[in-house]
Design a protein around this ligand. Structure first.
Ligand SMILES: [Zn+2]
Length: 429
């Protein structure tokens, strides 16, 4: 398809500039904060009713029995589907409807949906209600333009991406919603820049380590074993031996920002000893800490092996157990996800590359995300590789105060999404 043929469709999307902003603002006003998973039902119904009004068949799917699901906080997902003129592939737009808590430091109300200076502000505006709105406007414009296509288009709004997606995309994938023959191509409009196609993400390995000690009176620490000192020794070894090694490992994956093209390790939390009594401002009891717990968040590269990632942490702990009297530990693996990278020659990537060239007049950039997102479930559970993230917005704004999305970016990426969908549904003509 030439961009000339696409001009009427693109004009329809430009005409919906105010609508895409208003739709984003309306979505921001539904405070789907996760945890705990507020207002999913309201958000799913809002989307479902809009799309039902446009001729979509709409299903509401509560992930009953999944982690986090309860009558107070139902994990409600919505999947809407519209058929074309005959059999053909299905292009699916998947967005998570949950947002993280607003946190401190906002200068606007995070759930008011403020539209100002060409931007929509609010928690989730960028990650990723703006992308969701852009995909809806793209598909609605395509239908209104009377574009004929065979196959089907689906739009879903899913739960819990921010907490792993187990009651969202994973739950749906286990039920065939992200597999052939139902679906062929999945676009996830996460905020990864309108000129970039995100092929995948680094791997994740989370572990919790307990260093164990022996309690004693704080005035006679020589009678006990301090778990905090043991943990201090562990952190010191990680600093000395592991961090320099991680910094040297560079990946061929096109991870952005550039600093994330290496292996990383974060200490997510650390707790040791007795709690302060009687309240957090009081003094802690005079005790030798008998336990200290740390949570590690290790992000690894496709060139690394998960077994090695684990082994190099265990090696440090075992060395300490040999060298330090009374050092003992327990390690529990909390969760892990292998790295994913969609091959750039798959049809979806090619269609988005062409769309970006047609809309922005520049070559698309292939990137990978520093953190995981729902693509992992589409790959692993749905066994569907033709899945990428493509959507408007600036990754660094996600989870920040005064999060916003540029309306221009939503319009541009909606054009790219519409062009890519038509391209795929018409067999790449
Ligand atoms: Zn997101």
């Amino acid at each position: 398809m030439s961009s000339f043929e696409l001009d009427p469709l693109f004009r329809r999307i430009e005409d919906r500039r105010e609508e895409v902003a208003a739709l984003t603002a309306e979505l921001v006003r539904i405070p789907t904060i996760n945890p705990p998973g507020d207002a999913y039902e309201a958000c799913a119904r809002f989307l479902g009713e809009r799309l039902a009004g446009r001729g979509f068949t709409v299903e509401y799917l509560r992930a009953e029995g999944a982690v986090g699901d309860s009558d107070r906080y139902p994990r409600t997902n919505v999947v809407a589907r519209i058929e074309g003129d005959g059999p053909g592939p299905c292009v699916h737009f998947n967005s998570h409807i949950d947002v993280v808590a607003p946190g401190e430091g906002w200068t606007v109300d995070p759930f008011a949906g403020v539209i100002r200076d060409g931007r929509v502000y609010g928690r989730g505006a960028c990650d990723m209600k703006g992308g969701l709105a852009a995909s809806i406007i793209a598909v609605e414009a395509l239908l209104d333009a009377g574009e004929t296509f065979s196959g089907a288009i689906e739009i879903s709004g899913t739960a819990d991406e921010e907490s792993g997606g187990y009651a969202g995309v994973e739950w749906l994938a286990e039920r065939g919603y992200f597999s052939k023959p139902r679906v062929d191509h999945v676009i996830i409009p996460e905020p990864l820049y309108k000129d970039s196609v995100c092929l995948g993400h680094r791997g994740v390995w989370w572990a919790e380590i307990d260093v164990k000690g022996r309690i004693a009176h704080g005035s006679m620490p020589f009678l006990g074993v301090s778990a905090i000192r043991g943990m201090g020794a562990f952190i010191e070894r990680v600093e000395r031996d592991l961090y320099p090694r991680l910094a040297q490992r560079r990946t061929a994956m096109p991870v952005i920002p550039d600093a994330a093209r290496q292996s990383t390790l974060n200490f997510n939390s650390i707790h040791g000893g007795a709690k302060a009594q009687p309240d957090e401002d009081g003094f802690a009891a005079a005790l030798v800490a008998d336990r200290c717990r740390i949570v590690l968040d290790r992000r690894y590269l496709m060139e690394e092996d998960e077994a090695d990632v684990r082994a190099e942490v265990v090696e440090i702990l075992d060395t300490l157990a040999r060298e330090r009297p009374d050092f003992s530990y327990e390690l529990r693996e909390l969760w892990s996800v292998p790295p994913t990278l969609t091959p750039p020659d798959l049809p979806l990537v090619q269609a988005l590359d062409r769309g970006i060239e047609q809309v922005l007049g520049q070559k698309s950039r292939h990137v990978a995300s520093p953190g995981t997102y729902d693509q992992k479930h589409v790959w692993r559970v749905g066994k569907l590789k033709d899945c990428v993230a493509y959507g408007p917005g600036i990754l660094e704004l996600a989870h920040q105060p005064d999060e916003y999305i540029e309306i221009d970016d939503m319009v541009a990426s909606a054009k790219v999404m519409a062009a890519a969908a038509l391209d795929l549904l018409r067999g790449g003509q």
